[in-house]
Design a protein around this ligand. Structure first.
Ligand code: SNW
Length: 276
């Protein structure tokens, strides 16, 4: 699905762009680059694919808005690029659809604690990293403490995540059960369909607060795959602008403030703190 122009300004822009293109086909690419330096689907807005149940990274509030560390960081970054809050449109999707949707130009960006890997870089580009942490096993079974004790246990993963790949590698004896999203996996955990769920550390921690029987019993470092903003391959205009604004947000302490707000009690990594 491609977004249609809905705002009068958007329609005007689209119409003007059409005129520019038809009048000067020879210089069309120059005109396009000037009107739309970030290569956006609709030059007036940034459309962002995200997900509703990876709290506190990205999630929906009771009134249907998206928020969380990654969302607030992204809004701060895009504000520095001149976009107001209402020019950034978030849409929730299953994790496995996010990167394909950016590649297919349904979204300009995907934001959801998405770890940077060479494999993913074959289909999409990433901004510089903004977060690095652990992949965690969440369970009510105190006996599940390592790869050995996960053997023959049913381990939930969300389809398309690094956890899916990592579990196949590190927890080879476990029976992987693939879920479309975290909430359905945690329901499975609470009703006994699976013995454990494997997800990002901060999201796992959030579920332990909501369901006190659940505990985090294994943590696998994922510092070699820091989360970045996902953009269409070759969209360097957008990538470089995001990187510039992202580094400003790190340098002036915004990143640190958001980290303390959304991940209270978690150790503060120094990679993204202001540099002297
Ligand atoms: O690789 C880590 C990174 O180090 C940080 O801890 C944030 O999460 C990760 O990017 C891994 N995230 C998973 C992934 O990229 C799942 C993302 C999600 O559930 N939204 O596949």
């Amino acid at each position: 699905m491609r977004r249609t122009e809905s705002s009068p300004l958007g329609r005007l822009r689209a119409a003007m762009l059409g005129i520019t293109l038809s009048l000067a086909a020879g210089t069309a690419s120059t005109a396009l680059a000037q009107d739309n330096p970030y290569g956006l689907i609709d030059p007036g807005t940034i459309s962002v694919g995200t997900m509703g149940d990876a709290k506190p990274y990205v999630f929906t509030t009771a009134d249907g808005n998206f928020t969380g560390f990654d969302i607030e960081l992204f809004l701060n970054v895009t504000e520095r690029m001149g976009f107001k809050k209402d020019q950034v449109i978030f849409t929730g999707q299953e994790f496995s659809a996010l990167m394909p949707s950016v590649a297919n130009e349904r979204f300009d960006v995907a934001v959801a604690a998405i770890g940077t890997t060479d494999k993913r870089k074959q289909t999409v580009d990433f901004s510089d990293g903004y977060l690095a942490g652990y992949l965690s096993v969440l369970t009510a079974d105190a006996k599940i403490v390592d790869a050995e004790s996960l053997k023959a246990k049913r381990l939930g993963v969300v389809q398309g995540t690094l956890q899916e790949i990592n579990a196949e590698k590190n927890f080879a004896g476990a029976d992987l059960v693939k879920f479309p999203d975290n909430n359905s996996a945690v329901s499975g955990l609470n009703n006994g369909t699976v013995d454990a769920h494997f997800l990002d550390y901060e999201a796992a921690k959030d579920y332990t607060a909501r369901y006190p029987d659940l505990k985090i019993t294994v943590n696998i470092p994922s510092f070699d795959a820091p989360a970045g903003f996902v953009i269409r391959k070759g969209n360097d205009g957008l990538r470089l602008a995001l990187n510039k604004a992202l580094h400003e947000a790190m340098q002036d302490g915004t990143w640190k403030t958001l980290y303390e707000k959304w991940f209270p009690g978690s150790p503060m990594p120094d990679a993204y703190l202001p540099k002297k």
